[in-house]
Design a binder for this molecule. Structure first.
Ligand code: RP5
Length: 168
């Protein structure tokens, strides 16, 4: 049985930006495995990883790459599972190139594309957890808890901001 989420990144240099995705999945109790593989440098290996993950029961692919970021698209061309794309910063255009490369897929071959860099990786993981939650009530509950914790944090920081100011 493969992990629920298969994370692919185009280079080891992407690891730091992709790290929040793993942290979020760990926090929500979602299993994942991660690979460095490239759409351009190792296309056959990318295909093998996709095939084996699918055969093992993976629910969703989460792909991050920078520059000419075709990894998510290359994965989407080889699976009917949902593919999430995270454009990464770097290169002369610092992520704008990756954003456009990831988001502009042809009809019928979708890549759900997130924000650039660490924030995008984090949100892609929350989205992956929602997909997994459709099959696992424990993950649904973890998503709900994390949602409530975020709301409570806003209220607590509001209180902190106005402490002693005498405003309601
Ligand atoms: C992309 O090119 C990778 O995803 C990475 O963001 C960028 C640079 O790769 P390296 O030259 O650092 O391996 O394919």
């Amino acid at each position: 049985m493969a992990s629920e989420v298969t994370i692919l990144m185009g280079s080891i240099s992407d690891r730091e930006q992709m790290a929040p995705a793993m942290a979020v999945l760990d926090g929500l109790g979602v299993s994942w495995e991660a690979y460095v593989t490239s759409a351009h440098r190792t296309p056959e290996r990318t295909e093998t990883i996709v095939r084996e993950a699918e055969a093992g029961g993976c629910r969703v692919f989460l792909c991050g790459a920078g520059m000419a970021a075709h990894l998510a698209g290359a994965v989407a061309a080889r699976t009917r599972l949902p593919v999430l794309g995270v454009p990464l910063k770097g290169g002369m255009l610092d992520g704008l190139d990756a954003l456009l490369s990831t988001v502009q897929m042809p009809p019928g071959v979708p890549v759900a594309t997130f924000g650039v860099g660490r924030a995008g990786a984090r949100n892609a993981a929350f989205f992956a957890a929602r997909i997994v939650a459709a099959h696992r009530p424990e993950v649904r509950e973890a998503v709900e808890r994390s949602w409530r914790a975020a709301a409570e944090k806003v209220v607590a920081s509001d209180r902190e901001l106005r402490k002693g100011e005498g405003t309601p």
